[in-house]
Write a protein that binds this ligand. Structure first.
Ligand SMILES: O=C(O)CCC(=O)C(=O)O
Length: 275
């Protein structure tokens, strides 16, 4: 059992995140990277734009991640034993690009209520200050949701370029992870990440998010899988786990899931971004 200790749960409640949690070996993380690069090579458009979402529905290698029992043990310590996976997203920063993630709170536009949910971020490559690891503003999850400026800026990896302005960088903590390690963060914590100044890709596999089965989607429709326990509320559409890499049926259901997700992301917005 890899449940969090009492101290770790207290730390999560106090800071709004917990890291590092050892999940995959370096080799296993390397296999995930290979799978990403195989898909990029053989199906060049598949993981770009909106296609960076719900990737666990098209590849058994990706599918294994949100169902990993070490992650689920830790998640159970935070949201309880009935756990649904309602999304995955690849956050890739290539060294020759200027990608960044503005400071934001996940709960602002995602429509998941109540906040009995947690986001996992698995480092597929090392993540450090040089290559633009996430930075968390400890304790900011204890405040209400903040105003977000919707900037739709070119290199921002967020859907609307949603930004909490004037975050004091010196009060934020870098989440430094080795490939295969995970962080877990709270729906309301203010976090973001800067440029990749290294010569290698920085790849994060976000499980956004693990929700308790009591969590509803108030803005649209979500495709979920039962990861542990029971879904006693049955609020969401359940979707099958993939039977192979890029099988037609799986690709079609992921397409539907992404169309619905896009409606949620841009609910109430006049403009649509590229993800
Ligand atoms: O990958 C990043 O740098 C940011 C990801 C993020 O904001 C998230 O997973 O909530």
């Amino acid at each position: 059992m890899y449940n969090l200790s009492q101290d770790q749960v207290s730390q999560y409640n106090e800071d709004g995140f917990i890291a590092p949690i050892n999940v995959l070996s370096e080799n296993e993380a390397g296999e995930v990277r290979e799978e990403i690069e195989r898909i990029e090579k053989d199906w060049p458009d598949e993981l770009s734009g909106l296609g960076r979402n719900y990737v666990h529905l098209i590849s058994p290698v990706f599918d294994k991640i949100p169902h990993n029992s070490k992650i689920l043990d830790a998640v159970e310590s935070i949201i309880g034993k009935d756990i649904l996976v309602c999304g995955t997203t690849l956050f890739i920063k290539n060294p020759d690009k200027k990608g960044f993630v503005s400071f934001h709170q996940d709960a602002k536009y995602i429509g998941l209520e109540p906040y009995n949910w947690v986001t996992g971020w698995l480092a597929v490559t090392d993540a450090n200050e040089e290559n633009g690891c996430m930075r968390m503003w400890k304790g900011s999850h204890k405040e209400d949701l903040q105003f977000h400026n919707q900037k739709f800026n070119e290199n921002n990896l967020l859907t609307r370029g949603q930004t909490v302005e004037n975050v004091p960088i010196e009060k934020t903590s870098p989440v430094i992870l080795k490939a295969g390690q995970l962080s877990l963060h709270h729906p309301k914590i203010i976090h973001g990440s800067g440029l990749n100044r290294s010569k290698e890709r920085r790849i994060g596999f976000a499980i956004q998010s693990y929700i308790g089965c009591n969590v509803d989607q108030v803005l649209g429709k979500m495709y979920v899988q039962l990861a542990r326990g029971k879904d006693t509320f049955n609020y969401h559409q359940h979707v099958k786990r993939p039977s192979g890499l890029m099988n037609n049926i799986d690709v079609a259901s992921r397409k539907k899931a992404n169309e619905e997700l896009s409606k949620i992301f841009y609910s109430g917005s006049k403009k649509i971004g590229k993800f």
